[in-house]
Design a protein. Structure first.
Length: 242
């Protein structure tokens, strides 16, 4: 498992989630494939099993790669994370694997957006139509978002696991929220603060989601799961992209 993880993680540019039964989603998937001909996008085990027939020919890094869990306990943690958050298993898997692979998550279509919106702690909205170059640029910026925050967010999750206290959790979440607030300024080219803006990206704090719903005591002494508790930027791609 770990050998496969190490081979994939360096070139990964995102982890995707979609439902091909939704109208226009396959168009957007094909659009995304065209944008990432020379980079890899991760497909979670649940997504691959659901759409194996449609995805098979794209699974050799053109651009999709089937993701695996580097450690068995992280796979088990994903089930726990999903149950506590009371979300679809495939969405829980997306958030955990995006954290483990240090990559932005990408949801294509509308099926998961309402849930992601409710779980998010911040959003980047745009008030204008985005060109292909806008999409490509800001997808790259999202890659830097997760990479630049990763050491900080994993270290703060480790401290919560070690101290096992609500005060440490509150401090960590406050610091993480401030870092997220500052990070939104990376997207100044498209950023719109009007309520009518269309979300381009949501921030989900896996530590907040898990600790607040499962209880901070469930993290006591569990530094091994800290890699699953990063802040995840979730790009939302509408159906029908051409």
């Amino acid at each position: 498992m770990f050998a496969r993880y190490a081979a994939v993680v360096k070139n990964l540019r995102g982890v995707v989630l979609f439902d091909l039964s939704e109208s226009g989603v396959w168009d957007s998937v094909k659009w995304l494939i065209g944008r990432f001909k020379y980079r890899d996008l991760g497909v979670t085990p649940a997504l691959y099993e659901k759409h194996r027939d449609r995805l098979e020919k794209y699974m050799s890094g053109n651009p999709f790669r089937l993701l695996t869990y580097p450690l068995r306990e992280l796979e088990e943690f994903t089930f726990e994370f999903t149950r506590c958050a009371n979300i679809e298993p495939e969405l829980g898997e997306l958030l955990v694997l995006a954290s483990l692979y240090i990559s932005p998550a990408m949801i294509i279509g509308r099926k998961y957006e309402e849930t992601v919106s409710k779980l998010s702690v911040e959003a980047v909205k745009t008030c204008r139509e985005m060109s292909t170059s806008d999409w490509k640029l800001h997808m790259r910026i999202a890659d830097y978002t997760v990479l630049d925050m990763y050491e900080f967010s994993i270290t703060s999750a480790l401290k919560v696991a070690e101290n096992c206290s609500t005060s440490e959790l509150s401090r960590a979440l406050s610091e993480r929220q401030e870092v997220i607030r500052k990070d939104t300024e990376r997207y100044w080219r498209i950023l719109c603060r009007e309520e009518t803006g269309r979300p381009f990206l949501y921030y989900i704090d896996n530590l907040k989601l898990y600790a607040r719903l499962c209880g901070v005591e469930r993290l006591c002494g569990r530094g091994d799961v800290a890699a699953a508790l990063a802040v995840i930027p979730v790009i939302t791609i509408p159906p029908g992209m051409k």
